[in-house]
Design a protein around this ligand. Structure first.
Ligand code: ZN
Length: 43
């Protein structure tokens, strides 16, 4: 995949761009899931 911010090519499993630090879709997905878990009171 490519960084949405700077366009650098990243590994598919990369959580963020090493160049500019922008979180990838993978990182945003995990943040979204974590938010849902916390919001549901499961923790
Ligand atoms: Zn970048």
């Amino acid at each position: 995949m490519y960084c949405k911010h700077c366009g650098k090519e990243l590994a598919d499993e990369a959580l963020m761009c090493p160049d500019c630090g922008t979180p990838t879709g993978v990182a945003l997905f995990f943040l979204f899931i974590a938010g849902c878990i916390i919001a549901s009171g499961a923790l």
